[in-house]
Ligand binder design. Structure first.
Ligand code: GRF
Length: 185
C-alpha cells in the first residue's frame, strides 16, 4: 500500500477528489494532508475523510519540519494540489520522481513565478489563446519545469472570463488528477 501526502494551501477541491478516489483503493491511501495555512479549507475536507492533518509555517518548512514529518509517516508520494510555497531543495531531493504537481494551464505556457491561481486564467484571457488546460508534472528544483506526465486541453471562447476559464480548468483537474496519480504509482 503506497502512502500519499497531499500538500495544499487553499480550498482543496483537488485534494478532496484525490481522497475520494483512493478511499477504497487497494493500491494507495492518502495518509496525510499538510498545509502552510492553519485556516485552509483543505484541512476541513481532510477531517471529513478521517485523514490526519499537519500544519507548519514557511520558516518551519525551510528548517526541515515537513520533510521530517513526511519521513516519519513513511510517505511514498507527495502530491502538490494548490500548494503555494516554494518547496525546499532538500525535500525535492528526498522524493526523486515521487513528487507531482498540477498546474492550471498548458505548460510551458503560463508557468513560472507569480503564475498561480487566477493570475494564470487572467493571463490566458488577455492573450486571446483559444485553448487552455491542465498540466500534471513531476517537480524538480525549478518552478513548473519538471517532466510532464499528462496534459488535457479545453477551448477558450470570446465569451469566457477568467472565472469561467477557472471553472473549465477545475473540471479537467477533478476529472484527471486522481487517475493520473494512480497511473504513476
Ligand atoms: C488548482 O487550480 C491547481 O491547479 C492550482 O491551484 C488550484 C487549487 O485548487 N495549482 P483547489 O484548492 O484544489 O480547489
Amino acid at each position: 500500500m503506497k502512502r500519499l501526502a497531499i500538500l495544499a494551501s487553499g480550498s482543496g477541491s483537488n485534494a478532496e477528489k484525490i481522497m475520494e478516489y483512493f478511499q477504497n483503493s487497494p493500491k494507495a491511501k492518502v495518509s496525510l494532508v499538510a498545509s502552510n495555512k492553519t485556516d485552509a479549507f483543505v484541512l476541513k475536507r481532510a477531517e471529513k475523510f478521517g485523514v490526519p492533518t499537519f500544519t507548519f509555517s514557511k520558516k518551519e518548512m525551510d528548517a526541515g519540519i515537513l520533510l521530517e514529518k513526511l519521513q516519519s509517516e513513511k510517505v511514498d508520494w507527495v502530491i502538490l494540489a494548490g500548494f503555494l510555497l516554494k518547496i525546499p531543495d532538500a525535500l525535492i531531493k528526498a522524493f526523486p520522481d515521487r513528487m507531482v504537481n498540477i498546474h492550471p494551464a498548458l505548460l510551458p505556457k503560463y508557468g513560472g513565478k507569480g503564475m498561480y491561481g487566477m493570475h494564470v486564467h487572467e493571463a490566458v484571457k488577455t492573450s486571446g489563446d483559444q485553448e487552455t488546460g491542465i498540466t500534471i508534472h513531476l517537480v524538480n528544483e525549478h518552478y513548473d519545469e519538471g517532466k510532464i506526465i499528462f496534459q488535457a486541453a479545453t477551448p477558450v471562447t470570446a465569451e469566457d472570463t477568467p472565472e469561467t476559464i477557472a471553472e473549465k480548468v477545475h473540471a479537467l483537474e477533478h476529472r484527471y488528477f486522481p487517475e493520473v496519480i494512480d497511473s504513476l504509482l
